[in-house]
Design a protein around this ligand. Structure first.
Ligand code: DGL
Length: 257
């Protein structure tokens, strides 16, 4: 038994889509959410810079006494997960997997779309996953241009957001994609718009966050790190961007439940 908190980290608000799944699945666990905020978006920054930012973030969660860290950011996972696991061993670190595998298993049309940031799509992690599970399937990738900025500025239900989503999925829909993978943790906040855009096209949208939360459960089992069942959890929010951003995180988290 271990009542220390689990750290959940993202460049900004996006990781809250993972935070809420972990919270739902593990109601006795305390969570410290760290949304960088100061350096968001990460998506088009050089890999080395994202690695340095992820290192600083994980170091600060370790300093908060976290027993495990979830890197709830595909971009930071792609840039830094091996480095972080090595540096902070034996602490378990969970990263984001692009959910290409379930999408490729479930497609009937043989066409799968993947939306993610530029940095995630050109990374080794995505290349490896695509090569492993995507054979015989047409994988169509597109960066969600402007998506992160729309979510960060609370504009995810605007006509502008709808246009950005339409542009991003146009080629996928033309080619008959019946699965669209959300490869960035900010993107599930655009789900209502995305569902409207693909309505009637028989498309399933794949959000990997429940699978990531299940992985957290597995690792708590494996390392014997579960909190006591009667532990009263605390939920704290941290940022590198100042108090008003910290309050936004708190507010968005409450809204997302
Ligand atoms: N939410 C992040 C991801 O999953 C990062 C987006 C960004 O900062 O560009 O990739």
């Amino acid at each position: 038994m271990n009542d220390a908190p689990i750290g959940v980290y993202d460049s900004g608000l996006g990781g809250l889509t993972v935070w809420r799944e972990v919270r739902r699945m593990l109601p006795s666990e305390s969570l410290v959410y760290l949304g960088d905020g100061k350096n968001c978006p990460y998506g088009s920054r050089p890999r080395e810079e994202v690695r340095r930012l992820a290192d600083e973030a994980v170091a600060s969660l370790v300093a908060q006494g976290c027993k495990m860290v979830v890197v709830a950011c595909n971009t930071a996972t792609a840039a830094a997960i091996d480095f972080l696991r090595e540096k902070y061993a034996p602490m378990p670190i969970v990263g984001m997997e692009p959910a290409v595998k379930p999408a490729c298993l479930n497609t009937r049309s043989g066409v799968v779309g993947v939306l993610a940031t530029e940095r995630s799509l050109d990374g080794e992690l995505f290349r490896r996953t695509a090569a492993k599970y995507g054979s015989g399937v047409e994988l169509i990738t597109a960066p969600g241009r402007g998506f992160v900025e729309l979510v960060e500025s609370d504009r995810e239900s605007t006509p502008e957001a709808e246009q950005a989503v339409r542009d991003a999925v146009a080629v996928m829909l033309e080619h008959g994609a019946d699965q669209i993978v959300l490869g960035c943790t900010h993107y599930p906040f655009l789900l209502p718009v995305l569902e409207r855009v693909v309505a009637g096209r028989g498309v399933e949208i794949v959000d990997p966050s429940p699978a990531v939360a299940r992985r957290v459960v597995q690792l708590l089992d494996q390392y014997g790190l579960h909190a006591a069942p009667d532990h009263v959890p605390s939920y704290t929010f941290r940022t590198f961007a100042g108090e008003s951003y910290r309050l936004r995180l708190e507010h968005k988290a409450a809204e997302s439940l």
